[in-house]
Design a protein around this ligand. Structure first.
Ligand SMILES: O=P(O)(O)OC[C@H]1O[C@](O)(COP(=O)(O)O)[C@@H](O)[C@@H]1O
Ligand SMILES: [Mg+2]
Ligand SMILES: [Mg+2]
Length: 336
């Protein structure tokens, strides 16, 4: 049976006021993302939307399409029950409807360094109850991300599992195609920007060395590498077939906490991965437990199949304690 996003939201919200507010907010975000999908599809006909027009609070280059995407979502949320908005493209918290019960954090356009390469880009959002302060990911009421790829897909959690919707561009509505999404445990595939290898901690180099050593190495498995440089696309791939994505902290100036942002990249994805039976950590702690102290705070991010993420934690703990973890004690010979 075809289930439309708006019908699912209505059914989920029932007569509960807070849920109704969340449902209205997700509907607004979904409508704006369908507009953005149209804009992205036509972008090359509208002038150069990949042109750099400035910089954002996080110090990243801001492209024309980043700015347009931000404006679209901001306009959509002005009519939604949202009091405060943290956007990657706004230096400070944006105040919308003072008496509204919700706060939203959004990355309006993720992977925007890829616009001119025509690979999948996206939008990531998390929804919290308004609290007058920044809250950890665990307090989210719902989160989601949209991928503008060969199809426009919305991945959503209302904290009762993970569902995937596809945009019907003619009817301009989202149709559910999957529910109870579960991250497969076994896929031997990892994604990391290996050009930063020389800047990584030794334990991380060891992990990647072991992945690359394949069947002959400590992990005794032949791994595949993937790197799209678009977080939403990597996250979608892992939800579809398993694996692990890493954006660690490294020794480059300004990268001690990696590149990705806690509130509008890591926390929404962490909720989705945990709801799908996967895991999301900063290498040490669950992302969802981390208390934000500023809107654009960075965090290392490791998401994926639970076994993969746990194993990576073993490498880090072993390095911190100066001894091999029990997990690969018998494989110590393989390590330099
Ligand atoms: O430039 P790098 O190190 O490959 O970083 C790529 C990462 O940066 C991002 O593009 C950051 O997101 P934005 O495009 O929203 O700034 C992620 O999508 C991606 O995972
Ligand atoms: Mg991003
Ligand atoms: Mg962005």
């Amino acid at each position: 049976m075809t289930l439309l996003l708006d019908d699912r939201l209505k059914e989920w919200a029932g007569a509960n006021d807070l849920r109704r507010a969340v449902a209205a907010t997700i509907s607004s975000l979904a409508r704006a993302s369908s507009d953005l999908a149209g804009l992205i599809a036509k972008a090359p006909l509208l002038g150069d939307l990949a042109v750099i027009v400035g910089g954002n609070a996080g110090g990243d280059a801001q492209k024309e399409l980043d700015v347009r995407a931000d404006a679209l979502f901001r306009a959509a949320l002005r009519d939604a029950p949202v009091a405060e908005l943290v956007s990657e493209e706004a230096d400070d918290i944006v105040h919308l409807n003072a008496s509204a019960p919700l706060s939203v954090a959004i990355d309006p356009l993720d992977g925007s360094s890829n616009i001119e390469t025509n690979v999948a880009i996206g939008t990531i959002f998390g929804i919290w109850p308004k609290a007058g302060r920044l809250q950890p990911g665990d307090a989210q009421l719902a989160s989601g991300f949209v991928v503008y790829g060969p199809q426009t897909m919305l991945v959503l959690t209302l904290r009762d599992g993970v569902e995937i919707y596809v945009l019907d561009p003619d009817a301009r509505h989202f149709v559910r195609i999957r529910e109870k999404v579960a991250v497969r445990p076994e896929r031997a595939e990892y994604a990391i920007n290996a050009s930063n290898y020389r800047h990584w901690d030794r334990w991380l180099q060891r992990y990647v060395d072991d992945c690359q050593a394949g069947i002959e190495g400590a992990l005794q498995t032949d791994y595949n590498t993937r790197w799209i440089a678009s977080l939403v696309a990597e996250a979608f791939r892992i939800l579809a077939r398993g694996g692990i994505f890493l954006y660690p902290g490294d020794a480059r100036q300004g990268y001690a906490q990696g590149r990705l942002r806690l509130l509008y990249e890591a926390a929404p994805l962490a909720l989705i991965f945990e709801e799908a039976g996967g895991a999301a950590t900063d290498g040490d702690r669950r992302i969802l437990e981390k208390e934000p102290d500023s809107p654009h705070q960075r965090t290392p991010l490791i998401i994926g199949s639970r076994d993969h993420v746990d194993r990576l934690g073993d490498y880090r703990r072993a390095a911190n304690h100066g001894r091999p973890s029990p997990l690969f004690a018998q494989r110590g010979l393989y390590h330099r």
